[in-house]
Design a protein around this ligand. Sequence first.
Ligand code: HGY
Ligand code: MN
Ligand code: MN
Length: 434
Amino acid sequence: MIDPTINTDRAGEDFIADFTSLSRIGATPGGGVHRLAGTVEDGQLRAWLRNWLESRDFTVTIDAVGNMFGLIEWTPNAPYVLVGSHLDSQPMAGRFDGAYGVLAAAHAAVRVRRNVTATGQTPPFNLAVVNWFNEEGARFQPSMMGSSVFTGKLSAEHVLAITDPDGVSVEQALTALGYRGTDAAPETAAYAEIHIEQGRHLEKDGVSIGLVDATWAAHKYSAVVRGEQSHTGSTVMADRRDALVGASRLVVALRDLADTFADSALHTSVGQLFALPNSPVVVASEVRMVLDLRSADAEVLAEADARLHEHVAVIEKRDGVHIELTQAHFWGVQSYQPEGIDLARAVAGELGLSSQTMMTLAGHDSTNLKDVVPTVMLFVPSVDGISHNEGELTHDDDARAGVDMLTEVLARMCQGALQDAVLQHAAPAQVAQR
Ligand code: HGY
Ligand code: MN
Ligand code: MN
């Protein structure tokens, strides 16, 4: 246990003060934030974080897709334990989603370094804070973009060429902000992330810390509905091939699909829709939208996919439209390393914090990182489970407890506790070689 007397910044008051300051960037009248990836507000967030890190002697580096790292190097050439989340937000959304985790990571890293200085115990692993580019996938799709490049799931070239609805590319947006970096990403041995739950479980159960043991699966489709442009007044109804009617039937069919599975096993929505030519006196020729299906059960998702395609066939026939579904972003039901859950559960116990294991229904950058390095994913409670909404809220006490929790988990990961445990369970003989 690291010494709590030297590792709390005046009982977390500094953390709350910093979070209040960070929340002023892109603040909306309703108490939320509007800070999409690659926008001016994102640039202001990055400047704020860079200043915070550099004024505390972190070395800040930027990789090819704008992932931002704050490095503490104790041992030259040693790999890093990475800790962080994302600063970008959804439109008109909450100030905690992502930003809480980045600031908690920064504060936890300072506390771990303070302990290393006080004890003189140099950890075998270096430490880096990370702000991932475009986790939210609001302006540029797919979501979790920066960590997808870091983990090799997408190439930097492919991502830099992706454009937003106005035709602006990721490369142009990052270059305009000065964050089209050239630094190599740090060699990483393990990853930790703390995030708001964005659900009601912790609050309902009166538990302080969520230990995330697996992800719900997500199937996100890009859908293009094609019809025929015509006059909304003079075209006889039988001649119309109305893409917006076909798209609307698909939106409702997707919503009704969720009700055909018991116990809310399937979550569905369409959150984004563009109609062309979008004129009040023209029958739409084309509609582009994103279909989002989620489930904790892969079989439910497979069955939902099959039923969705049946609905598509019926709508095409009924409305004389053509519907093309393309896989935009899929991830399966996958587990986090159990050794990370054991480590975090032990820390929570020693800190006197209640904890419970749970799945995450939302994707996070840890959804990617856990596939390449041992990863610990932690939650703090969300009031009423509200998220992607200006009313998003986590109480100060819970926010501070999360920083205390992350600090201690991080200190042990820098000593190799997680890495060794994973190696031990993978092949006991290998540990001796480290
Ligand atoms: O869940 C999502 O798709 C988002 O990336 N958080
Ligand atoms: Mn998030
Ligand atoms: Mn989000």
